[in-house]
Design a binder for this molecule. Structure first.
Ligand code: TXA
Ligand code: MG
Length: 332
């Protein structure tokens, strides 16, 4: 049975934190909020505990985990930080930025998915930081969803996917950003953006000068996780740009589909269920939750507006395209 605690995001209570920290030290799994999405945490230095994460999620063993630490000093204990990494963490930590760095020997191979590097992040959440501090270990934590499913932005979603595996669940309410951290590889001479997030390419270029955006072939090599389908809802997802007008909606209607729609701009034709967002931040924050909501609301497919390519828009577009898989590619 999972021990579930409501906990204050501003002033997290020590009882639940201590229970969760002890569970981590015993090698058990704990779910906790970060500013991006909920994580499924384990002691990142304990291979048996880390294997429990892979088993619970059904995650392929070559997809490495991110180590969550509470400070730059702790980051230095698990990875080699050069001057670029130091400057980035000074500028953006705690925050939604994961740096891929050369790993120190204490990091087990299973945590790294067999790579010589390790992803390190200092999350901007008092609950997460206080949990890591009390556990006294770096916390390996992927998003707390079954592999391939939309990431969880609230604790109910975590328990839906992984309730059987979680010893302690810390419920700090819905997460602030809603999309996962920016992943930047700084183990190479020119840093490579592997996953866009709230911290943008422009932000990173300001600190670093040159940054490359990884192409498909390189992603496969560099970030094994990107090889697999991600964030996928159980019903087809089509991407729609307002420039296209009504064509996609007319096509779906002619096939007898009853779509659900989400976006900032209202759909050009009536749909079975529509979810409108005030702005791109709200769209990003609620995107994953809405994917799952549509599945249980009896729509036959989902149409999602492709957002403008603003900072957060690019991160959302990345997740939309991955969630849509081949279905989405056909419609755009
Ligand atoms: O916002 C986040 O980053 C959330 C919260 C819980 O912190 N975590 C998260 O973890 O999204 P996960 O495992 O769902 O996604 C991590 C991504 C994967 O695509 C993985 O392949 C990549 O980061 N990654 C991790 N370590 C890496 C490494 N050493 N080299 C290349 N890519 C790495
Ligand atoms: Mg994930």
């Amino acid at each position: 049975m999972t021990r579930l605690y409501r906990i204050s995001p501003e002033h997290p209570e020590s009882g639940p934190l201590e229970d969760a920290a002890q569970a981590l030290r015993r090698g058990e799994l704990v779910t906790f909020p970060t500013e991006t999405v909920y994580g499924l945490g384990a002691n990142g230095l304990d291979p048996a505990a880390v294997r429990r994460i892979f088993a619970a999620k059904g995650r392929p063993g070559d997809n490495p985990l991110i180590l969550h630490v509470e400070s730059i000093e702790k980051a230095r204990e698990v990875a080699l930080l050069d001057s670029r990494a130091e400057a980035l963490f000074r500028g953006y930590a705690p925050g939604p930025l994961t740096l891929v760095l050369p790993a120190r020997e204490c990091v087990p191979s299973v945590t790294r998915g067999g790579l010589p590097t390790v992803g390190v992040r200092i999350p901007d959440s008092s609950i997460a930081l206080e949990l890591i501090r009390r556990s006294r270990v770096p916390v390996a934590a992927p998003s707390a969803n079954s592999s391939g499913r939309p990431s969880p932005t609230d604790v109910a979603t975590v328990l839906e996917d992984l309730g059987d595996f979680v010893a302690v669940a810390l419920d700090g309410g819905p997460t602030r950003v809603g999309l996962e951290s920016t992943v930047l590889d700084v183990s190479t001479p020119v840093p490579v953006l592997l996953r866009p997030g709230e911290i943008t390419l422009e932000n990173l270029m300001e600190s670093l000068g040159e940054v490359r955006v990884s192409g498909e072939a390189e992603e496969l090599r560099k970030s094994p996780g990107t090889r697999y389908r991600h964030y996928a809802p159980r019903i087809p997802l089509y991407l729609w740009s307002p420039r296209e007008g009504e064509a996609l909606f007319a096509l779906l209607a002619s096939r007898g589909e009853e779509p659900g729609y989400m976006g900032i701009i209202p759909p050009p034709s009536p749909v079975k269920l529509e979810i409108l967002f005030e702005d791109i931040s709200q769209y990003a924050r609620e995107f994953y939750r809405c994917l799952r909501k549509f599945e249980i609301q009896g729509v036959s497919c989902i149409v999602a507006e492709l957002p403008e390519k603003t900072a957060l828009g690019r991160a959302l577009e990345d997740r939309l395209r991955r969630a849509a898989g081949e279905e989405g590619k056909k419609s755009i």
